[in-house]
Design a protein around this ligand. Structure first.
Ligand SMILES: Nc1ncnc2c1ncn2[C@@H]1O[C@H](COP(=O)(O)OP(=O)(O)OP(=O)(O)O)[C@@H](O)[C@H]1O
Ligand SMILES: [Mg+2]
Length: 380
């Protein structure tokens, strides 16, 4: 339905909010780079939302122009990726705006309080009403139609359900039995049984000792099922109150783009140790690396690893694993290099990385063999 044109002018500034408290203020400098300053109240007893580029200090930070187009990684994580961005851009067009003219502050304000993780942006700008479709098969069909034809009569509903999601694939963020879940649908490149496949990969990863969120295969009349994962950026306290959990991807922390394959697992493990101060997290990452190589998940890019901030312990830890799929990767290469290699990776390469991260030869070998055995028996 045509709509009267609306203005999506850049707000002069945005407040960044965490649990109803002002973390700081965002604006843009004349070159279009984001500038950020923590509020004095937050400096007094808050925490750094991205310790390497935004340490908890009273000064004005200016984002680098590259490779995240002048956006700090932690805020870039709030912006929708492939699918969510497609929905936002379609809706902007329907509102008479050219998506190319809508800048980062307006886009963050469209995210408002609906983003992944715990950061919220005020003032928020509302683009669509509440979701109207509930049946998963209908949503999947609408997503497929949208990808095929650029058109959906339920654009508002798709946007309300998935407009602030990350990642390339169609997905919705929804409540299941009182908890927050993400449910994914096949993209145009995926096989129809992609949901079953991701579910099997997640179960195999669990058997490899990798910490996963609860996962489910949601039933479908049309395919083998839709993959769902319970959100680890939402939690309930002992009294049953819901809380948002702050999370940042490895790419966000390192201010790098997941579209550039410039990471290696040595760096990721050093990052994990510096941030979490916990060798358990390094070991978790080592297991995940072994799994990614041995199960063939080559889409191991910088947004597919995240860290979450545990406010009670005031400490960072590696998030549970997600987005584990057998994938070709670019030219058959892992997005994150292993022992300097993107392909042709052998067990000794895994062990070398583990040892450099501080693991004993025995332990590194034992974990790699354990994962190899579990993948062989679990994925066949
Ligand atoms: N269980 C979860 N809890 C919280 N956040 C999650 C969870 N699973 C995924 N996410 C977030 O949602 C984003 C998108 O999910 P995911 O990576 O599975 O989607 P995708 O479309 O397959 O991604 P890609 O573009 O990497 O193929 C992730 O980058 C992560 O930030
Ligand atoms: Mg992903």
């Amino acid at each position: 339905m045509p709509m009267p044109p609306r203005s999506f002018a850049e707000p002069a500034f945005l407040n960044v909010i965490y649990h109803d408290r002002v973390v700081g203020t965002l604006a843009q400098d004349p070159n279009g780079l984001l500038v950020f300053e923590y509020s004095s109240e937050w400096i007094a007893d808050g925490f750094s939302i991205s310790p390497f580029s935004l340490p908890l200090e009273k000064r004005v930070f200016v984002a680098k122009p590259h490779p995240l187009n002048g956006v700090f990684g932690v805020f870039d994580d709030s912006l929708p990726d492939g699918w969510g961005r497609l929905l936002v851009d379609r809706l902007l067009r329907r509102h008479g705006a050219d998506p190319f003219d809508v800048g980062v502050l307006a886009r963050l304000s469209i995210i408002g309080a609906s983003g992944l993780g715990a950061l919220e942006y005020v003032p928020a700008m509302s683009l669509a009403s509440q979701p109207g479709i509930e049946d998963l098969d209908n949503i999947a069909a609408e997503c497929a139609r949208m990808l095929r034809t650029d058109f959906s009569e339920d654009l508002d509903a798709l946007f309300a359900l998935g407009g602030s999601s990350g990642g390339a694939r169609p997905k919705i963020m929804t409540d299941v039995d009182g908890s927050a879940w993400i449910i994914k649908f096949p993209s145009s490149h995926d096989a129809a049984d992609a949901g079953l496949h991701e579910y099997r990969m997640a179960c195999a990863a669990q058997r490899c000792g990798i910490i996963m969120p609860e996962v489910r295969l949601f039933p479908s009349r049309e395919c083998a099922g839709y993959f769902g994962t319970r959100r680890f950026d939402r939690r309930r306290d002992a009294q049953g109150n819901a809380h948002k959990v702050h999370m940042v991807s490895a790419g966000g922390l390192l201010e790098t783009s997941h579209r550039i394959p410039n990471l290696d697992y040595d760096l990721l493990m050093r990052l994990a140790l510096r941030l979490t101060d916990s060798f358990d997290c390094v070991e978790q990452l080592y297991r995940l690396m072994c799994f990614n190589v041995l199960a063939g998940n080559r889409d191991d890019h910088a947004k597919n690893f995240s860290f979450i901030f545990d406010e009670d312990a005031r400490a960072w830890r590696l998030s549970p694993a997600y987005d584990l799929t057998q994938s070709e990767g670019m030219n058959g290469e892992h997005a994150t290099m292993v022992n300097g290699k993107g392909r042709g990776i052998e067990l000794d390469d895994l062990v070398d990385v583990g040892q450099r991260a501080g693991m004993s030869l025995r332990k590194a070998r034992a974990i790699a063999s354990e994962v190899e055995e579990a993948v062989r028996t679990g994925l066949l």
